[in-house]
Design a protein around this ligand. Structure first.
Ligand code: 7TS
Length: 409
């Protein structure tokens, strides 16, 4: 049984107040809150086990190594990766994509090659490829979105061709709530001997993910959006592709032998984990994965889908409001705009009611241009949000409307 009241009790921050009102936290696409189990794990790690893993034979170093590697196994299981050596810990999605853009992109792209992205990418799946394209002479191509926020797959079919070397795409949008058909894109990429990368920042925390059935070659996600600490995320890569790549960062731990004039590389995953990692955060991410598994990703998806649809329905009933993104098959991310009110003003007024939403371009400036706006207001739900919170959001929006209505007249 999915008992949201019980779940909320696991998250200490959810019982605090903001401006004298109970916190209604609806900025989960930016970062999630953390259950006590994760917070306790961080404290336990530092209080009892802290050491530099992989480098010592003393007891603490062994315990730290074991906890670090256990997290890798947990993340691998969570995304259906057969071989845990194919899970590389990074600082998050942004670093994971940069790793691929540097370690794979700089070596494999050349003039005439194309990297296919979409119009709805977060800047972190766009700027690294702009930099790689600038360095290699490769070109970027973009799959357009339809007016409802879904990808134009007919255009995708035309764009992905013999010059394509990589297709990289968000799995779920942080603005529109769209879930992209990455399986179909992976098939198109592979039919052209190209690789497929999936930005899973907004899917890993919210949808059951199985990298084998997605058919991708790389999958990136951030721990802090899936109940884990900040400063940790991961890149999964198909082992043979990771094996064929040169390192990203050089330093300790990623080497086998170092001479004054050259070095050789460690095996996976260590080849891509230079220097002392965010060990406590990696361990905390393992505890977050345990928490998600205990609830069940199918149940979490179901809960958020219901909340997203309920919020979409309630917002649609409001006169004059614009809601961005598809009306069906959406995640718990809902972007909207009120006539004649700047999204920043909406979120500021909502904050006075204790309701935390986000406004801005959400690191998707090209998408904002495509939508013809500078910014949107965005509510994003997670496993601990409730229908009552959607109602509080609606009450707060109504209040904001009345305030601006009175102000305008
Ligand atoms: N990709 C997508 C689709 C995202 O939504 C985000 C963060 C990132 C990549 C980058 O993740 P990071 O953990 O490396 O920073 N999205 C948001 C957001 O929507 N509001 O704040 C951060």
């Amino acid at each position: 049984m999915y008992d949201v009241k019980e779940i909320r009790d696991d998250f200490p921050i959810l019982s605090r107040e903001v401006n004298g009102k109970p916190l209604v936290y609806l900025d989960n696409a930016a970062t999630s809150q953390k259950p006590r189990r994760v917070l306790d794990k961080l404290a336990e790690y530092y209080e009892l086990h802290n050491a530099n893993p992989h480098r010592g034979v003393h007891r603490l170093a062994e315990e730290a190594t074991m906890m670090f590697e256990e997290s890798r196994e947990k993340v691998a299981g969570f995304i259906g990766a057969e071989d845990s050596r194919s899970v590389i810990f990074t600082r998050g999605t942004t670093e994971s994509i940069n790793l691929v853009a540097y370690a794979w992109g700089r070596r494999n792209l050349r003039e005439g090659d194309e990297v296919v992205l979409t119009e709805s990418e977060h800047h972190s799946n766009l700027v690294p490829w702009q930099l790689a394209a600038r360095d290699t002479g490769a070109k970027l191509r973009f799959i357009p979105i339809r007016d409802d926020g879904t990808l134009d797959m007919d255009e995708a079919e035309k764009l992905i061709g013999e010059n394509t070397k990589l297709v990289s795409c968000i799995h779920a949008s942080n603005v529109l709530g769209t879930v992209n058909p990455v399986e179909a894109l992976a098939e198109m990429a592979h039919a052209n001997d190209a690789l497929m990368m999936v930005d899973g920042a907004q899917s890993g925390p919210h949808l059951p993910v199985d990298v084998a059935s997605l058919g991708c070659d790389f999958f990136a996600a951030s721990g802090h959006k899936m109940l884990g600490p900040t400063g940790v995320g991961f890149l999964w890569g198909r082992p043979e592709v990771l094996d064929s790549m040169e390192p990203f960062l050089g330093g300790g731990e990623m080497i086998r032998e170092v001479h004054l004039d050259h070095s050789t590389w460690n095996d996976l995953p260590h080849k891509f984990e230079a220097g002392t990692m965010n060990v406590a955060q990696v361990v905390g991410l393992g505890a977050a994965v345990d928490y998600l598994n205990a609830l069940g990703m199918e149940n979490i998806r179901e809960h958020e889908k219901k909340l997203g649809e309920y919020a979409y329905r309630r917002l649609s009933d409001m006169e004059g409001i614009t809601i961005y993104g598809p009306s069906e098959d959406r995640t718990g991310v809902v972007s909207f705009a009120l006539p004649d009110v700047h999204p920043h003003d909406i979120s500021q007024l909502l904050d006075e009611e204790g309701v935390a939403i986000r406004s801005g371009h959400h690191c998707c400036q090209p998408l904002m241009r495509r939508l013809g706006v500078a910014a949107t207001a965005r509510a994003s739900f997670y496993l601990y949000n409730t229908e009552e919170e959607v109602d509080l959001l609606m009450d707060a929006i109504q209040k904001a409307r009345e305030f601006f209505g009175a102000f305008a007249s």
